[in-house]
Design a protein. Structure first.
Length: 231
């Protein structure tokens, strides 16, 4: 397993970097399903960075408790600052989200959020993470995913590949991120017991917001022997 990327140096400037490169589109993508999360009670947010999504979730849902997991202490401090008076409803965990597991087995999560986080993982890491999340999630739990994607069409796909390659190069240089391509996260999520129930695309398909639900009354699907790299 590669070491986690180091985002501490970007904590104060991350918002402005995002606005400079994509304007409001990344935040709009994160917000896609937020209005429908008013009934969530225990949320697990992995790799939210500087905490803008967590702050909006706390405002949209006045009773939700949030477990926020991030390897960057500086990013978590920004998250707490943004949470403000609602910070008493946030439990922060400075840890590598790929290996983190909440010790209190009685507090299952009915909402999971990974916004532009899975693209920092390999296919195998997404699978391992999804299986742990499945074990901790309540029946029918919702998983919000925001990610970059490759649009259909030769020209749009070529342009997206260039943008994504540039982003991976920049974050590799700035943070030490060793992943260099988008994971095929849909297969691991499906195999781990989640079904996609909605998908919305932005910027011609470069950005996608997806909503997944934990399968009820079922178990994980087996994908032993499947080479995810070829999917």
């Amino acid at each position: 397993m590669n070491p986690p990327p180091q985002f501490d140096r970007l904590a104060r400037t991350y918002r402005w970097m995002e606005l400079f490169t994509f304007g409001p589109w990344l935040m709009w993508t994160r917000r896609t399903f937020l209005p429908r999360m008013g009934e969530a009670r225990q949320a697990l947010v992995l790799g939210d960075g500087d905490g803008r999504f967590v702050a909006e979730l706390l405002q949209a849902n006045p009773t939700v408790m949030v477990d926020a997991v991030d390897a960057s202490g500086a990013m978590l401090r920004e998250l707490v600052r943004r949470a403000g008076k609602d910070g008493d409803r946030v439990r922060i965990h400075q840890a590598d989200a790929r290996m983190w597991m909440q010790a209190d087995a009685s507090a299952g999560h009915d909402l999971i959020a990974t916004h532009f986080f899975l693209d920092c993982l390999t296919d195998d890491e997404v699978l391992a993470l999804a299986r742990r999340v499945f074990e901790r999630a309540t029946p029918g739990a919702l998983w919000m995913v925001s990610e970059f994607a490759l649009p259909q069409g030769r020209l749009a796909g070529a342009m997206a590949r260039g943008v994504i390659a540039l982003l991976y190069w920049a974050f590799g240089w700035l943070t030490g991120l060793e992943v260099s391509r988008l994971p095929v996260y849909g297969i691991p999520l499906k195999a781990s017991g989640f079904d996609r129930i909605e998908r919305r695309a932005r910027l011609g398909g470069l950005l996608v917001a997806e909503l997944w639900r934990k399968r009820t009354g079922g178990t994980e699907a087996r994908i032993d022997g499947v080479d995810l790299r070829g999917c």
